[in-house]
Design a protein around this ligand. Structure first.
Ligand code: NAD
Ligand code: UFG
Length: 333
């Protein structure tokens, strides 16, 4: 298939590009390079043997987007592009609604115009809202207790896609709810290296390891979990990428929804200890107050993806730590 990846030079998109190329698909990438670097294309080529055609286009640029589709003749779009900093979304909600919702609407309009009717969308476990400590499965309610505009955009885009299918039943939509992506490609060539101060645990751990951030602040050790720190379902980014390839087998007219997670929750403190074990270095940290909006334990029931797509996360957190350290050594020399 000929596939357009919006946001394809980003963290999850670049790993998915590699897996799609390896599976024999033709990949093209559209990205405004707001949160990624063009050199990622060379890294994808080094790993997968093919350099994807690239368009530096913003999803808000309707004319630019139209030109990409006029040329592309795509069979399928995988839509990764979006802003994802939860804290920033609280401060700049309009920027998030404009970019994530506006960008998606422009994309869908173009897809409709050019008759491209298959889309895989990067959603998030955040749509499950404030359901805490229970294995989250796809049929559970979504949209209640979402604490930030970023999460709202994911919920709203899911709704937009569902409405689109009602209006045009030929559309084949897959909504993928990612849990907590971690790790890097085993080559160490691609991974996550945010330009700004990161929000997520693993990129912060990386910056503490390199000394760019003096210490990790652990947000609370008084949760109702075995060691008191928060627990999440950390899924290796290469498993996530393979989940996208598997999802193509599950597309059919209408909307399908899959959780992509491991089904296991690991605590923040366990992550620190595992990083120390893999790197052989002590990671300075301090316990601080809980972060607003955080829950104690979020983890997936991933059985639907396994039963229907034959997809299952295979990498361990140790793999993710090892690959992250390899990537860290690559980008920091
Ligand atoms: P990322 O920031 O590394 O990649 C997103 C890419 O989209 C970036 O390269 C950015 O430059 C591009 N982009 C943003 N707005 C754009 C626009 N208007 N036009 C064109 N390009 C644009 O993020 P990621 O971690 O790879 O996440 C990919 C998707 O998965 C996002 O939609 C994100 O919300 C979702 N997601 C991520 C996580 C996570 O923890 N990483 C969890 C759940 C869901
Ligand atoms: N944490 C710390 N210190 C930090 C950063 C994080 O202790 O400096 C803790 C958090 O309190 C939480 C855990 O590490 O317990 C994971 O936090 P992240 O910010 O890495 O991830 P979240 O689970 O909060 O959020 C992630 C994605 C969102 C997505 C959400 C869905 O970043 O995009 O999962 O549940 F919406």
């Amino acid at each position: 298939m000929k596939i357009l990846l919006t946001g394809g030079t980003g963290y999850i998109g670049s790993h998915t590009a590699v897996e799609l190329i390896k599976a024999g698909h033709e990949v093209e990438i559209l990205d405004n390079l707001f949160n990624s670097k063009i050199t990622v294309l060379d890294d994808i080529e080094a790993i997968a043997g093919v350099k994807p055609k690239f368009y530096e286009v913003d999803l808000l640029d309707k004319e630019g987007l139209d030109a990409v589709f006029a040329e592309g003749q795509y069979d399928l779009v995988m839509h990764f592009a979006g802003l994802k900093a939860v804290g920033e979304s609280v401060e700049k909600p309009l920027k998030y609604y404009e970019n994530n919702i506006g960008g998606t609407v422009n994309l869908l309009e173009c897809m409709k115009k050019y008759g491209v009717k298959k889309i895989v969308f990067s959603s998030s476990a955040t749509v499950y809202g404030n359901q805490d400590g229970v294995k989250l499965s796809e049929e559970m309610p979504v949209g209640v207790g979402i604490t930030n505009p970023y999460g709202q955009t994911k919920f709203m885009i899911e709704q937009i896609l569902k409405d689109l299918v009602v209006s045009d039943p030929e559309f084949e939509v897959a909504i993928l709810r990612y849990f907590n992506p971690v790790g890097a490609h085993e080559s160490g060539l691609i991974g996550e290296d945010p330009n700004d101060i990161p929000n997520n645990l693993m990129p912060i751990i990386m910056k503490v390891a390199t000394g760019e951030i003096p210490e990790l602040s652990i947000y609370g050790d008084d949760y109702d979990t075995p060691d008191g720190t928060g627990m999440r379902d950390f899924v290796h980014v290469v498993d996530l990428a393979k989940g996208h390839v598997a999802t193509m087998g599950g597309l059919r007219p209408g909307v399908v929804v899959y959780n992509l997670g491991t089904g296991k929750a690991t605590s923040v403190m366990e992550m620190v200890k595992m990083f120390e074990a893999e790197s052989g270095k002590e990671l300075p940290y301090k316990i601080v107050a809980r972060r607003a909006g955080d829950l104690a334990k979020i983890y997936a029931d991933p059985s639907k993806a396994e039963n229907e797509l034959g997809w299952k996360a295979e990498h361990t957190i140790e793999d993710a730590m090892r690959d992250t350290i390899k990537y860290l050594n690559h980008v920091r020399g």
